[in-house]
Design a protein around this ligand. Sequence first.
Ligand code: GDP
Ligand code: MG
Length: 823
Amino acid sequence: MTLRELEKGQTAVILKVGGDGALRQHFLDMGVIPGAQVTLQKFAPLGDPMELRIHGYELTLRLADAEEIEIAPIPDNQSHQATRTPRTSQTPRTPRTPSNAPLQGEGIYPSPYKGEDGRGSYKGEDGRGSLSHPGFGEEGRYHDEDAFHPATPPIKGPLTFALVGNQNSGKTTLFNQLTGSKQHVGNFPGVTIDRKDGTIKGYPTATVTDLPGIYSLSPYTSEEVISRQFILESHPSGIINIVDATNIERNLYLTMQLMELGIPMVLALNMMDEVRGNGGTIRINHMEQMLGIPVVPISAMKNEGVDEVVSHAIHVARYKEGPARQDFCSPAEHGGAVHRCLHAIMHFIEDHAQAAGIPVRFAASKLIEGDKLVADALRLTQNEQETVEHIIRQMEEERGLDRQAAMADMRFRFILGVSQRCVVHPEESSEHRRSVRIDKVLTGRYTAIPAFLLIMATVFYLTFNTIGAWLQDLFQEGIDRFTAYSDQLLTEWNIAAPVHSLIIDGIYSGVGTVLVFLPLIVCLFFFLSMLEDTGYMARIAFVMDRLLRGLGLSGRSIVPLLIGFGCSVPSIMASRTLPSERDRRLTILLTPFMSCTAKIPIYAFFAAAFFPGHAAWVMMSLYVLGILVGIVVALILKRTLFRGEAVPFVMELPNYRMPVPMNIWHLLWDKARDFLTRAFTVIFLASIIVWLLQTFDFHLQMVPAAEASRSMLAQLSSLVAPLFEPLGCGDWRIVTALVCGLLAKEVVVSTLSTLFAGVAITSIFSPGVAYTLLVFCLLYTPCMATMATVRRELGTRWMLFIMVGQCTIAWLVAFVVHLLAPL
Ligand code: GDP
Ligand code: MG
């Protein structure tokens, strides 16, 4: 029986995980391993994907992928592990005490601090109450500098830290706490994935980098590749590993791989407020003892324990204290098959690993898992490769599992030992109960899509009609006043006409038209980050996945695309929330097909002149046409440029959480700063160029308004005008307006009204041509602000691609419309 056939509410144990390659590895890394228990929570409203509960968290999976997983159902009364949650609403919330009987973990995984009896003892043996961390000097292990580091001279220079953790573990929150306002946002070299660096508060020479959230060190998405590369290649002085304490089982999987790297490391156990609030506890000292790295309980949200993380991190990095344990395999487990295999390979490839600069333990693990990047880097000879292969085969045979599953299983077994010894789970956290209740509506079968539409409509209404619009008006007024005032000053000072015009008509109006978007962007991002931080965004992806899969996208793309109906600029910026670079590119390419609000004035202008009384229909038809063309383009791109592998949809559905105001504030500030920088660089330049072309003729004489046709812009436009003859609108004034529309779509209307002053536009062409023109406006190259955003996000090549592509598509579609148009 496969996972696909499991019924709602049923629990099963996983027997075998099929499939191959990176996707399979990803499944294993997320805890979908033989022996694990899964409960089917629900299906998405459109029937696909499904939501599972595994290792105490919620995971989404597409049905097609679920078919690859073999399971055996367990009768209801026997399941316990995967479903800590249901059926407990009546039972009082008494924490389960961890068994004190000797456990697997005890005998099999001896403490790395052997012979230090008594040192790792911990308070709060009953599992209740707060367990204080040993802190400086108390246990002596990490901070007794004289005793433990007589030979290691401390690093004196600057220190660099990598902040690593699962998605939604609170990385961003911790990062903001660590750095305060001293952050720098950029991109990783060569790719447009956010890279945030910051100086740690109180330690001016220590910097920390916020890496994209990852679940393991087997690179899967492009972000995971980046994170791994950063950790391996930039040689940080230390790692701050943030772990979600409400879900230690899954989070530690990454921790163990990080420890294999041998880099000094601190474990920041986040969300302790939630754990405590629900009556759970974690035996910190014990955990520290089992793992051999400092473990610090924190609440990033409440800024508790963060200082301690910093001082431990600085300490381990300065004294180069690597993790005391790197060995997670046990000779006592399944005949030590995995253990012997791992150690054999470690010894065997030691020289190669050293030469390649890869930590040997990590190299061996990845080699067994079949990691191509590591295998290539090691440069094993043919003979060596074969030997390694033989060792692995032997292990597979003895262990009865294939190599990837055996490794994942080994890690999860160790984790189980840690969790049994150290974690006192609450029966069910109130956060989870709350999430289940909210999800009844937000991902419910009949309510999910209406709720989604309602929420998005509210966001749009508030942004484009209320708050954002109000701010925008305010902004516009400010800019207008400032312009008027400067205008007056320039006149008073008797500044030469060209300079005056350059400042007012060129720079102010150019930068100004773009600047007025700022309030909208800030406003939209405010709502977006609320959706993201509360955890709703993941639900949207879950609900909408089915719809977008046909286009080669996943559910997550729906949000940027919808924002595109408001404004392409924030939409393109929002595509950063997408987990894969391929999805992100494709989404950005499709954004311009969503008709933005700046085009509404154009539609209104023509509709009023040519289709009085039918404006609504005209607009509606244009919106629909835009979407249809977008779908066709998506289908074509999916079969050509974006063939690649479909991004699987294995995603965690985190509990709903209250957003942290500081995170939102930082994000808004980032976006605003980003946008302003652009407005005053690229757009500043472009405005000047357009102004030059518009104001002068080819003899560099200024052109008076009445003779606009003499300007360079008009002359150049009339060169292009023949291209528009087949569309029935080869008039140079129309073409000039379209060219000016490249600046901002609103400008089309203002240019037209200047150029057609005193001429009835209806006398120049027919309604059919007018509609053709509207279609062209709908689809042609987006405005300057959008193109500048695309360039920043995807680079110059893609920007040119969009510029030319959109124009071509617009022309072709408009041509077809013109042929079909009755008048
Ligand atoms: P990231 O995806 O790892 O960057 O995680 P974020 O920093 O965005 O945090 C994810 C969610 O967890 C947000 O809604 C935060 O408000 C919340 N969060 C972060 N730290 C804590 C914490 O210490 N306690 C609680 N209760 N929530 C937290
Ligand atoms: Mg984050």
